[in-house]
Design a protein around this ligand. Structure first.
Ligand code: UD1
Length: 355
């Protein structure tokens, strides 16, 4: 079987790692296409190095741009790439502009399309990620769902027959990296000590809304312990535009971290504050309480189990983040750490005979 993965943004590199390893272990061919949506070394290259992912076979180098420009630039290049490699499956990941571009290109050229992390829904139609995931699920021949909740959403949209439950590949990589983590001091320990909050912020609905961004930054700055804020380039650019200082009060802003350092930091943090999807789950897997600065979440299991709270009232952000720890749980809504093997098996079982 020949699988062609299309990735472009940081969370997709994390998901690609266990898939690349599982495909290699089962002796399948794997072609990796990097769209270039994320291009800073700290947003891209370090993930390939740290997670042992083979160098991409193709790099489209699209860079930044409006949604149309970024997606269109990928589309203009992908047709030739797919035809050259003639895969049994095109595999797209998550919910970015690289996902929708890969999906459109594959279906138009009649290559079988599989969507990893299918069935997630925020039901917020203003999020670019929601457009990308809904459209990709409906284009896909195979929807690879990480959770029962995701399977339910796919069934509700008439996609049950094309869907299968694999578990979440982020669990595979998070648990593996956490188990291998060495006891090295965190790079910021000298500045903040070992009692800190960890924060990330990058979604357009937060960074591009000046009132929301200001309220979040003020809430974080008011926390009673240092807040290590790992700043995504979008946040840095928008804060600068809006004249916001990311070093006030408790804030200690640093560049994006490598994945193994991030996992160690999540584990060590008193609590996490984020608008990232992946980080909400990683916090849950490593049993660090999380506060999500969004009005909804796709990962409802983390909320139902008490480990994640949505910050609906940003004026109360500091109070909410400093809440007492939740009840312990041994629930495993995101699988047992073998989702990548299940994904490869699901693809291999459904390879179409070549005419
Ligand atoms: C994208 C995804 C989002 C995912 C996130 C993870 C879409 C619509 N959004 O959001 O689903 O959760 O990645 O990070 O695809 N930039 C750099 N260097 C980089 C990358 C980006 O400076 O390496 C800057 C550029 O100014 C760019 C901005 O960050 O315009 C935003 O990047 P973009 O790819 O548009 O979306 P993300 O916010 O990263």
């Amino acid at each position: 079987m020949r699988v062609l993965s299309i990735v472009g943004a940081r969370p997709q590199f994390v998901k690609l790692a266990p898939i690349a390893h599982a495909l290699a272990a089962a002796g399948h061919e794997h072609v990796i296409v990097h769209t270039g949506q994320h291009y800073d070394a700290k947003m891209s290259d370090v993930f390939f190095t740290d997670l042992g992912i083979p160098t991409p076979d193709v790099h489209l180098g699209v860079g930044s741009g409006s949604h149309g420009v970024q997606t269109g630039s990928m589309l203009t290049q992908l047709d030739a790439v797919l035809d050259e490699h003639d895969p049994d499956w095109v595999l797209v990941y998550g919910d970015t502009n690289s996902t929708i571009a890969g999906a459109l290109s594959a279906v138009k050229l009649h290559y079988p399309l599989a969507h990893l992390e299918a069935g997630l829904r925020s039901f917020n139609r203003r999020m670019p990620e929601e457009h990308n995931r809904v459209l990709t699920d409906h284009a896909a021949d195979l929807c690879l769902a990480p959770t029962e909740v995701a399977m339910g959403h796919l069934a509700a949209e008439g996609l049950a027959e094309r869907s299968t439950l694999t578990g979440d590949v982020m669990t595979d990589v998070c648990l593996k990296v956490a188990a291998e983590a060495t006891a090295d001091a965190l790079p910021f320990a000298g500045d903040v000590g070992d009692d800190f909050f960890l924060a990330t912020l990058h979604r357009a609905e937060n960074t591009d809304d000046p009132a929301r961004l200001r309220a979040i930054v003020e809430g974080l700055a008011a926390l009673p312990h240092p807040v290590v804020l790992t700043a995504h380039p979008r946040l840095v650019a928008k804060a600068k535009e809006q004249g916001l200082d990311l070093t006030v009060g408790s804030l200690h802003t640093i560049e994006p971290m490598e994945y193994p350092t991030m996992v160690a930091a999540v584990k060590a943090a008193r609590a996490v504050v984020t608008d990232s999807g992946g980080l909400q789950k990683e916090a849950f897997l490593l049993r660090t309480p999380c506060t999500t600065v969004r009005t909804e979440t796709e990962w409802t299991e983390t909320v139902d189990l008490g480990w994640n709270v949505l910050a609906l009232d940003l004026d109360r952000l500091a109070e909410l983040v400093a809440r007492p720890a939740p009840e312990p749980t041994d629930a495993t809504p995101y699988g047992d750490g073998h989702a990548a093997e299940a994904t490869v098996a699901a693809l291999a079982e459904r390879v179409r005979p070549r005419s």
